[in-house]
Design a protein. Structure first.
Length: 342
């Protein structure tokens, strides 16, 4: 059986049309996938990635319906990603996660353990870290909102998406704390708020409140809330506390329900700004916003902070993830003094 369009098998097309006429049409595969992802509270970014991989998997198998394919087809597809397309290990793992979700959560099919998948090699790389002087030079090339966001990445150790998704209520200027909600792994944590950014954050909060007030006057002002909180707290979507600290410059249609809302700022703007600032500062290293998070950890350890504290501030589940920064500092095996030198 071949696959018709994106979702419907050709041999089932007439049956599907008949069910549609009776009002009992079965949802298309990708629509079922999206619905299940949203029920499980996956992010829109993850949803788009999973849809992409499922489409690619279907096309790679002659547009056959995934229900007709088995673990062997999945193994073959993943192995080709590694051997022919030479994708990174993280890319292959994302494709695997998408396929496992499809079969388990949407189709209700248990795939056998795939022992024959050729795994993409995951190289062990040390993070790129700037010196304190390079970090200062980079920050001097930034201004306005981008400077504030970059300051939070470096001064609080936030991930890029954790920064752009901050809500007004997550910033506590009195306690000098930032609360990260639903971070990597679905975990919440608190981290330090740099005292040098307090005034800039106060002004940004005022700007976000003003934008929200204008949206309310225009008949809008609702913000997206996670995990069905909008149903539990009907007034929360329009409250100031839940608004994004860095709102988008314009409202847009939410693809999840068609509502017009103001979402968070697009992270690509900060990515471009940081890259341009690194070039302007004459830094000959690959610099991205995530580099500033690496600098946060490394510079804290250089100043004498202990690894468990840095681990907690970064939100690392495993201390070994944090310990990689000791290699950057040459406090790992490279710092051992040879007996000959003694």
């Amino acid at each position: 059986m071949t696959y018709h369009g994106d979702d419907t098998p050709i041999s089932d097309a007439m049956q599907a049309a008949g069910r549609a006429a009776q009002g009992t049409a079965r949802p298309r595969l990708l629509d079922e996938l999206r619905s299940r992802l949203r029920l499980k509270h996956y992010s829109l970014k993850t949803e788009r990635a999973y849809v992409y991989w499922i489409r690619r998997y279907i096309h790679a198998n002659g547009r056959r319906h995934p229900r007709e394919l088995d673990g062997v087809a999945v193994e073959r597809f993943l192995s080709l990603l590694a051997t022919r397309d030479q994708v990174a290990a993280s890319t292959q793992n994302q494709a695997l996660s998408a396929l496992l979700f499809l079969y388990k959560e949407v189709l209700g099919i248990a795939l056998p353990w795939m022992e024959n998948v050729v795994r993409a090699k995951r190289p062990r790389r040390l993070p790129v870290v700037l010196s304190k002087g390079e970090t200062a030079a980079l920050m001097r090339q930034l201004s306005g909102r981008e400077a504030l966001m970059a300051g939070l990445l470096y001064g609080s150790g936030l991930r890029l998406m954790e920064c752009v998704r901050l809500r007004i209520k997550d910033v506590d200027l009195e306690r000098n704390e930032i609360t990260v909600r639903d971070g990597k792994g679905g975990k919440d944590r608190r981290t330090v708020l740099p005292a040098s950014l307090r005034e800039a954050l106060r002004l940004q909060m005022d700007a976000a409140r003003l934008t929200h007030a204008r949206d309310l006057e225009a008949g809008f002002g609702e913000v997206w809330l996670p995990h069905a909180l909008a149903r539990k707290y009907p007034n929360a979507p329009k409250s100031t506390a839940w608004q994004y600290l860095f709102p988008a410059t314009r409202r847009s249609t939410d693809p999840r329900d068609g509502s017009e809302r103001r979402h968070q700022l697009d992270e690509k703007g900060l990515q471009r700004a940081v890259s341009a600032a690194a070039r302007a500062a004459g830094i000959d290293k690959p610099v991205s916003p995530h580099t500033l998070r690496h600098c946060f950890a490394t510079h804290l350890l250089e100043s004498g902070a202990d690894i468990p504290t840095v681990q907690e501030l970064l939100g690392h589940k495993d201390v070994t993830t944090t310990q990689i920064y000791t290699h950057v500092l040459n406090r790992g095996p490279g710092a051992v003094l040879s007996p000959l030198d003694r």
